[in-house]
Design a protein around this ligand. Structure first.
Ligand SMILES: [Zn+2]
Length: 81
């Protein structure tokens, strides 16, 4: 049924947008909270290279984002931790 397909697509699209907004939010907060240094190898990231630094969730739950940053760790994006 085309109507149902549309509704399902809208739901998927809405969930994707909300996830992207949430990720932008915690990334900005983590970058304000912590020095821009990889927590594993100590590399520093500045300016345009800052996008190579990713926010890792220590407990693996991307929905668990306490304001004190205790579930976050900044890591090199391209290294397999
Ligand atoms: Zn690193």
């Amino acid at each position: 049924m085309p109507g149902n397909d549309d509704a399902a697509r809208r739901l998927v699209e809405q969930a994707r947008r909300e996830r992207e907004e949430r990720e932008r939010g915690y990334r900005e907060r983590a970058l304000k909270l912590f020095p821009h240094v990889c927590g594993r190898c100590g590399r520093e990231f500045e300016g345009r290279r800052l996008k190579e630094l990713t926010v890792h969730h220590r407990n693996g739950d991307h929905d668990f984002n306490p304001p004190d940053g205790s579930n976050w760790e900044l890591l090199c994006k391209n290294l397999p931790y």
